[in-house]
Design a binder for this molecule. Structure first.
Ligand code: CA2
Length: 144
């Protein structure tokens, strides 16, 4: 299995700012943990972080025919991006949405996700572990 992992805007700051909200683990550490888990499950990963909506959309489109599934933390675009949602819907690959924080326990504007309806499922609130839970769930789904 080949999985595209997408990290949205500002997630490059993980571990460096706002540790009370997002934890002390850096994005590089999360990526290393994802690669270790993927190795255990005989999966390969392409990992991309971007602060640009169009770059994320290009990556989703390019995944068609290249990846078996997508794991995405859309960051702030979760709550704003019809275009990213349309790309995920158009590509039609099984996609799992993850969030570090529990978006439902935060400000009301974070309670709505444009992305969730086009995903197989959403995992939120477990810090860096959300990514591991999400990757395991996606690989389980794909091997059914
Ligand atoms: O909880 C999540 O994973 C979020 O996707 C994170 C986004 C936020 O807009 C979503 O509502 C929920 C924000 C990512 C910003 O990451 C930072 C990391 C460290 C310091 C500052 C921002």
């Amino acid at each position: 299995m080949h999985i595209l992992i997408l990290h949205g805007p500002n997630l490059n700051l993980l571990g460096l700012r706002e540790p009370a909200l997002y934890g002390r683990v850096t994005l590089d550490e999360i990526n290393a943990r994802l690669r270790a888990l993927a190795g255990q499950r005989s999966a390969t990963l392409k990992i991309v972080q971007s602060n640009h909506e169009g770059v994320l959309i290009d990556e989703v489109q390019s995944a068609r025919g290249q990846a078996d599934g997508i794991l995405i933390n859309p960051g702030g675009y979760t709550h704003t991006s019809v275009a990213l949602r349309d790309a995920i819907s158009a590509v039609g690959l099984p996609t799992v949405e993850v969030h570090l924080s529990n978006i439902y326990a935060r400000e009301p504007f974070r309670h709505h996700s444009y992305i969730s309806p086009v995903c197989a499922g959403t995992i939120a609130g477990f810090g860096w572990r959300s990514y591991m839970l999400g990757l395991n769930a996606l690989l389980d789904l794909l091997s059914e």
